[in-house]
Design a binder for this molecule. Structure first.
Ligand SMILES: NC(=O)c1ccc[n+]([C@@H]2O[C@H](COP(=O)([O-])OP(=O)(O)OC[C@H]3O[C@@H](n4cnc5c(N)ncnc54)[C@H](OP(=O)(O)O)[C@@H]3O)[C@@H](O)[C@H]2O)c1
Length: 344
């Protein structure tokens, strides 16, 4: 344990999609915990599309550690807040070791917290029982208010967020329709996540395919992608349909960028006005204080009862993180993408 391998942002241009030149592998000394601090070892790194948005928007600068949510294990501690052996959710980024505790700034809403391992495998704190789960829960239930029997369409339906949206819509008594890319994702969406119907945005007949599986129109659209998926769904909106823009990965890089939203809203303005479609924009950080506890209680119950299952795409080795990241951004992941950095 002498070296802390970490990935930092290079000064190469940040374009639409990540390339290997954007990342530099650095070897730093393992930090020494001061009073009130704990030394942690990274176990899982969460790879998420929003993280590219940080770079696109200049929130991360060349030389900065690549930001990421992580599950870490406490290996040395000078504080009662974190005991050796505790698993902790925090934003330790793309590195093998780090410090938490006094004097270490916390993310405004991706808070450092000790994970309760009784709730499920600790990796779920990055997914179904963490930010992805809350994103699904708040966007669907709080912002779209679906009624049992309504048709809910979800894009990127097998991804970290999408897989949960479809399942909790069904738990609520809705009909869930997924939009994904490949045959394999279509199969998993139907067989593992229980979607009532699934279509592929790679199909030349996407509009007709979606119409055929939404005979009663679309009441709720959970948007992760934009692009063709949005256009195919918007045609089918029922009167007073509700849509939440969670992300627009197919429209602009890094998910929910302002320009992507403008473009999407502009080309649907007439249709939305005529059908009185309500559009909400989702920023999960706005729901942490108000809904995290309620979400965790309900989602853990569904998870324990097997009503919500969860698929992870776990890739080994921090040295390959940039490659995994680019693959996830290109749709190569099936489920929530995590890098396994060390054994639990
Ligand atoms: N608003 C918020 O607070 C918030 C929070 C978390 C996530 N998000 C957003 O939610 C969305 C999903 O995030 P996630 O973490 O769950 O990622 P994810 O769905 O696990 O991974 C991204 C998926 O997007 C799809 N995709 C990628 N490029 C595409 C393209 N050009 N056209 C169509 N689909 C494409 C791929 O699925 P297919 O192969 O099926 O196309 C890919 O697997 C992202 O847009 C993200 O920015 C927003």
């Amino acid at each position: 344990m002498s070296v802390n391998r970490q990935w930092i942002l290079s000064d190469a241009p940040v374009e639409r999609m990540p390339v290997p030149e954007n990342f530099v592998l650095n070897e730093a000394p393992v930090p020494v915990p001061g009073p009130g601090q704990a030394l942690v070892r990274t176990v899982y790194i969460s790879l998420d599309p929003y993280q590219w948005g940080y770079k696109v928007r200049g929130l991360e600068k060349p030389g900065d550690l690549i930001h990421a949510r992580t599950v870490v294990k406490v290996i040395e501690s000078n504080t009662d807040a974190f005991k050796v052996g505790d698993f902790v959710h925090c934003t330790n980024g793309w590195q093998e070791y780090g410090l938490i505790g006094e004097g270490i700034p916390d993310h405004p809403y991706m808070k450092t917290r000790v994970i309760d391992p009784a709730l499920g495998p600790v990796s779920t704190a990055l997914g179904v029982l963490g930010m992805n789960g809350l994103t699904a829960y708040a966007g669907l239930f709080v912002q779209c208010r679906p009624q049992p029997g309504e048709t809910v369409v979800v894009s990127a339906a097998t991804g970290g967020v999408g897989q949960i949206v479809g399942q909790i819509a069904r738990v609520h008594g809705c009909r869930a329709v997924g939009i994904v890319s490949t045959e394999e994702k279509m199969r998993v969406a139907r067989e593992e996540f229980g979607y009532d119907a699934v279509v592929s945005h790679l199909s030349d007949t996407l509009d007709a395919d979606l119409e055929a599986v939404c005979p009663e129109g679309v009441d709720v659209y959970y948007e992760n992608v934009g692009g063709k998926s949005f256009d195919a769904t918007a045609r089918l909106f029922n009167q007073k349909a509700r849509m939440v823009i969670c992300g627009l990965i197919g429209e602009r890089p890094g998910g929910s960028s302002a320009k992507g939203k403008e473009a999407l809203l502009a080309r649907s303005a007439d249709l939305r006005a005529a059908r009185e479609v309500e559009v909400a924009e989702l920023s999960v950080g706005n729901f942490v204080d108000s809904h995290f506890d309620e979400f965790l209680e309900r989602m853990s119950e569904w998870y324990r009862a097997g009503k919500v299952v969860y698929r992870e795409d776990i890739r080994p080795g921090i040295e390959r993180a940039p490659e995994y990241y680019a693959d996830m951004m290109a749709g190569g992941n099936l489920g929530k993408t995590l890098v396994k950095v060390s054994d639990e």
